[in-house]
Design a binder for this molecule. Sequence first.
Ligand code: DGJ
Length: 733
Amino acid sequence: MPITIDEGRRLFTITTDHATYQLGVHPLGFLMHYYYGPRTDGTDFSYLPQYRDRGLSPQPADAHDDRTVSCDAMPLEYPCQGSGDFRTVCLRVRRPVEGQDAWGCDLRYAGHRLLDQAPCPDGLPVMARPAGSGRTLQITLRDQEAGVEAVLYYTAYESCDVIARQAVIRNIGADGLTVVKAASAGLDLYQPQPWDALTLYGRWAGERNVQRQRLGHGTFAIGSTRGASSAQHNPFIAVCEPDAGEDHGCCYGLLLVYSGGFSIQAQRDQFDQTRLTMGMDDEGLAAVLAPGGSLTTPQAMLVFSAAGLGAMSRRLHDAIRGFLLPKAPALRPVLLNSWEACYFDIDEKRILTLARQAADLGMDMLVMDDGWFGHRDDDRSSLGDWTADRRKFPDGLSGLSAKIKAMGLKFGLWLEPEMVSMDSDLYRAHPEWVLAVPGRAPHSARDQYVLDMTNPEVAAYLWEKLSRLLAEDGIDYVKWDMNRNITEAWSNTPGRHGALLHDYIKAVYALLQRLTAAFPAVLFEGCAAGGGRFDAGMLACVPQIWCSDDTDPIERLAIQYGTSLAYPACVMTCHVSVSPNHQTGRSTPLTTRGIVAMAGVLGYELDPAALTDRQKDEIRAQVARYRDIAPLMMEGDLYRLTPGPDETELVGWMHVAKDRRRAVVSAVATAVHANAPTAYIRLAGLDPDTMYAIEGRPQPLSGQALMAGGLPLGEVRGDYPAWQLMLTAAGED
Ligand code: DGJ
């Protein structure tokens, strides 16, 4: 059993394959955090926290002046404001007292249960339940006088070393309760050692760069107040020992299963203890709970690795693939997308020409991106009017898709359902459907407004429009885009304005889940102006997300390297585009573009008419090769062989099949020099005792040799050269 309970000592131990997590109840009822680290069976870690008179730290009244008891210094599982804890807390509430708002509560242990089921997700995406009974621990904390209860859930995923946490905040008798912060999880790393934090920051067309920094005293915080997880910060943090690297050192990874705004804090306190909190955005939160009402927080995945960042990533990848993603084949259709080929300049003739070329190049699907509906000749109009523009498509979408299918291709379509253009029939008919504060004109961005997804009329309209498209127009794939953030968190329908941003994203999930359930054969891809909503919440609804609008392969090295810290290859869509690249103007070889795009779900986004015959042959070869290696790359283990591109001129990675019989090694040189050193790459993840045949090399080598001595890649010459080598265990074809 992964969860054991010592009823006498009120001690709860969660054990996964390589980690142990332990919590327990203090004599005064505080829920203490005792341990999270390498697996140790049968230890009671309650000896670790030291209770000392901290002078000015406050005592609760029932400590009867025992100065060693102070929530300001103790390691706690779900600290709350109002309990004498001056640090960053998990829960902050307000409740009316004598006609005014009083702050805070003082949560104490009230009971526990072992559950066979994960908590009710309340419209939020959550990991699938692990097999076996008794995998979820429920602990209830209560402040009867304040009328507040926090119910904490811990679910153990042994094989991937993940513990999923979630909290439900309830009003159990307050006249009215306003929740202004409710974290999904808190983690007190209370031994006074230094920690580094790795986070993923960015911007449009430059998402998920890695930032690593020492956590100093004070609070390091990242988050999003945009109503989306955002390109600026990703809802992920890794906290690791300062000398931790890819294959050594203790690391904690925290990943939020949520696509709305979020908040992550890492605080180092006066006693050098480090507290992590992770949850939904609290700057935009004031959720009013009537008596009996509750607020369910998103799920947070916690992973521990004593074997470095590489193992941390692989465990998260396994958890996402095994328990979060909707079912999808490892080999996704290789597609040609019209965006960078044509932008808005599309009509049936151009799309059919592209389709013919996609078929000729051996691809599986033609995706028609933006510009097909209403009168959308640029990005200023028509969102919401989801009917084909008959000027461009006289036979409508169904006519177009029939012609594409006759070529043996699938047909995919771009949509941006959550938005409405200022210039659209939908907005003219229903201006009250947008998020806007009464009496004030809302902000526009890209000439569009955000639809109030919490309004049932909006949800019904979108369901009607989109389900009809999917039912009638032969659509095999949908790219679900979202190109702006929420500026006005106000709904015209009666509801919880203070929780609007949270309710908004839940309504997006509801529509997506309804559509994906009704049309299981349609492949959905997430997108938000590139990777502006690239998170584990979306990945519970769609199996892949457009990584970034930046398709420059050298820029992509950093984006995909950062993304891989938390997310597996099979969720990152990556396209080969034209050279010089449209975003950067940089020229790169087609081979390099192909190798970089094959690190995820491969697609193309260029006009084949501009290609030479030789380039066309190369693309045909790339597509064929990708079909061969995709299952191994999508389902295998990722090993980052070098630091990220900011720190090295040779970026290398490899994917190893779970049975270690095959592997694919990839590397790209980002700089060249005259009379330069030879490039070598040392491999990882192989079976030391297996002999591997190496593509293009006469001599097989043992896994041990390849991991100890590595491989010479040779001379680095020309613009951005790249290598991709297949390794096959001797005796395999
Ligand atoms: C943003 C997406 O990321 C692009 O790929 C493209 O679909 C455009 N939107 C279309 O407007």
